[in-house]
Write a protein that binds this ligand. Structure first.
Ligand SMILES: O=C(O)c1ccccc1NCC(=O)[C@H](O)[C@H](O)COP(=O)(O)O
Length: 204
């Protein structure tokens, strides 16, 4: 099975279409106003409405309230919810039956904590910002942690077209996620790097 690829930090329809054409399985929209890749829920909604089917549409949030999730849900057709802050396992579980992707960073939390079936874990690198840091995760920390996980995991943190193959070989993720490694500038994707990233990840 080829590795699923999520291109994160999409801010325009043009970049969304380009990433899908390149072979991305999922697109991430950062609804956190502090991010240089911020897109408002209403702008994201316009992009989502113009997209073809069979593409995962991921809302990326930092410490949202349940009301905020409901408000965004009423505006835009997201298919998964990526939580990038300090959300508890109980909060993630409270969002069921929505599909939740919980971002975590080393030192890893107790693996039992996030083992409910609707969740995937996204392993990101330690950083002083919430995400999109471009810092590479120490891949040697991954296998010992994921060995007994019951759900799939997504590798992220400093992935690029140049290091993607090695990262996948070392960690065997279900999926990979990239933001800054395929950009011309924060919030603007580089088509050449997106295509090359997907090609390296899927081995095509
Ligand atoms: O990218 C951001 O600006 C961001 C801000 C706040 C929360 C999450 C954010 N990004 C989420 C992602 O899924 C990134 O792809 C992930 O952190 C990896 O980023 P990068 O190291 O730049 O590939």
């Amino acid at each position: 099975m080829s590795v699923r690829v999520k291109i994160c930090g999409i801010t325009s329809l043009c970049d969304a279409r380009m990433a899908i054409e390149a072979g991305a399985d999922a697109l991430g929209f950062i609804l956190y106003p502090g991010s240089p890749r911020y897109v408002s829920p209403s702008s994201a909604a316009e992009i989502l409405e113009a997209l073809p089917p069979l593409v995962e549409r991921v809302a990326v949030l930092v410490n949202p309230t349940a009301e905020e999730v409901k408000r965004i849900e009423s505006l835009a057709g997201f298919s998964a919810w990526q939580l990038h802050g300090t959300e508890s396992a109980a909060f993630c579980a409270s969002l069921r039956p929505r599909r939740v992707i919980k971002a975590i960073r080393p030192p890893w939390p107790d693996r039992e904590e996030f083992s409910f079936p609707s969740a995937a874990l996204l392993l990101d690198s330690p950083s002083s910002s919430w995400g999109g840091s471009g810092k590479t995760l120490d891949w040697s920390l991954v296998r010992p942690f994921v060995e007994r996980l019951r759900q799939p995991f997504i590798l992220s943190g400093g992935l690029t077209p140049e290091n993607a193959s090695e990262a996948i070989e070392q960690t065997h993720p279900f999926g990979v996620d990239v933001a800054s490694g395929v950009e011309l500038a924060p919030g603007k994707k580089d088509p050449k790097r997106v295509w090359e990233f997907v090609r390296r990840c899927k081995g095509t």
